[in-house]
Design a protein around this ligand. Structure first.
Ligand code: UD1
Length: 432
């Protein structure tokens, strides 16, 4: 597999016009696998994770765990084994954490396991301010001290964590996960109110329960955790990636295609698939997944992003593309990440008709998009630009594909199998 740094200088050459047809199989969710890898830190011994996507973020997280003393194998096979030592390190590598926001999820488990943790302020997608206040407040309520020194967050709980009620201002996915992973080894009961309800939260709770944790209410707004003295390693299968599945669903719709998505859970994409139906697609449940068939120009559909089970912010760029080529106009409202509309600037280069006002965007469908060089600024924006390229006249050159590699296992090959015209190539040296 290529290193995170090799792909920085690649781009995709997408030629529009092909109708996508056939079958595609999705692997496990990036947004789950990374957290499951962090959860492995909670138990000494070998944890095995199945259906782990072969993406750059998994490579980065594997490296981060190795530098904490774990032996990690299998990133290129989809089945990852993580051998966690009796005393893992508690200082995470500054540059690795800065390259991936999700690495903040080692905060909770390392604090619970080691009584102390040092994590750099994370980096990752440039899609807004992405605070950590709820992560920190939750851990402080559990009895930790948290300080910010020289770019690091340093959390300590030398006498252990103590269960307590925690109320989140917003159902943050990351904060719910960190507090959850800290609370499983705390003394007594923790109740997280206004917890996130994403399928990835249910997935990590299932894994933690398999390790011996006592958790009630996963998938609801109130999660109750009864702390235990220790956990054991486990074998766990990662929940399928609903965002990758949804991306192929929209790809089928915009190319007037017929795509069957396997190893997908339509119930995790309820609103998005319903929107596609409203847009004119025929969406049916099939064994182990769903099928999307579209035989007309898509109708426009309004989208309002919200925490799960609301419409996923990670599907917003893909639906912006659908609306950009729709027969009508629609309003997109982004409530989760303020900077996500940066992507719309790139769609304008392709001839889309879009007006933004704060966190609202009005998208008027145009007859045709026109291929042009564009830049992926985050993983889902990148996916959106690839979809736009598939329907635009001529060639669209998508730069910044390392962002796309962070979340999509094998996008180029999978689209080629479906009949899409897309190639990966080195980015030429800048001339100025
Ligand atoms: C996760 C997903 C991301 C998805 C998002 C929302 C991973 C690796 N990433 O991100 O793909 O788009 O959920 O579904 O799983 N916030 C604060 N303070 C905090 C925590 C969050 O202000 O302490 C804010 C963020 O800035 C953001 C919002 O809350 O505006 C949502 O963040 P959160 O749900 O935590 O998303 P992530 O876990 O970062």
């Amino acid at each position: 597999m290529r290193s995170p740094y090799d792909a920085v200088m690649d781009r995709f050459r997408v030629t529009g016009g092909a109708r996508l047809a056939g079958e595609v199989r999705i692997t496990g969710a990036k947004n789950s696998a990374l957290k499951l890898m962090a959860a492995a830190l909670l138990a000494e011994g070998v944890t095995v994770l199945e259906e782990v996507p072969k993406i750059l973020d998994v490579q980065i997280m594997s490296e981060l765990l190795r530098r904490l003393g774990c032996v990690v194998e299998g990133e290129t096979t989809g089945t990852l084994s993580i051998d966690v030592p009796a005393s893992p390190g508690h200082v995470t590598d500054y540059d690795l954490v800065r390259s991936m926001r999700a690495s903040i999820c080692v905060l909770g488990p390392l604090l619970a396991r080691c009584g102390e943790v040092q994590v750099a302020f994370p980096g990752g997608d440039a899609i807004g301010s992405r605070g950590l206040d709820m992560h920190i407040d939750g851990l402080v309520k559990l009895g930790a001290t948290v300080e910010n020194e020289h770019g690091y967050l340093i959390a300590k709980a030398p006498k252990g964590l103590v269960g307590t009620p925690v109320w989140l201002d917003f159902p943050s996915v990351g904060a719910t996960e960190n507090i959850l992973m800290a609370a499983v080894l705390a003394k007594g009961t923790t109740v997280i109110d206004n917890a996130a309800r994403e399928p990835e939260i249910v997935d990590i709770c299932t894994m933690l329960s398999g390790m011996g944790a006592k958790i009630e209410g996963a998938g609801t707004s109130t999660i109750e955790i009864h702390g235990v003295d220790g956990l054991s390693p486990v074998r766990h299968r990662t929940v399928p990636d609903r965002i990758v599945a949804g991306t192929f669903a929209v790809a089928a719709a915009v190319t007037h295609g017929d795509v069957t998505v396997r190893n997908a859970r339509p119930e995790h994409l309820e609103i998005a698939l319903d929107k596609l139906t409203v847009s004119g697609a025929a969406v049916t449940t099939v064994e182990d997944g769903f099928r999307v068939v579209m035989d007309r120009r898509p109708g426009a559909v309004d989208v309002v992003t919200l925490p799960y089970p609301g419409f996923a912010t990670d599907m917003q760029p893909q639906f912006a593309v659908l609306n950009a080529v729709s027969d009508g106009h629609a309003m997109i409202t982004e409530n989760i990440f303020e900077a996500r509309f940066v992507f719309l600037q790139e769609l304008l280069r392709l001839g889309a008709s879009i007006r933004t006002d704060g966190h609202h965007a009005i998208v008027r469908g145009v007859d045709r998009l026109s291929g042009a060089p564009v830049l992926a600024t985050d993983v889902r924006a990148g996916a959106g630009l690839v979809l736009a390229g598939l329907v635009a006249d001529g060639e669209t050159l998508v730069s910044g594909v390392h962002h796309i590699d962070r979340g999509y296992d094998d996008l180029v090959n999978q689209l080629q199998v479906l009949g899409g015209s897309i190639e990966r190539e080195p980015e030429p040296e800048p001339r100025f």
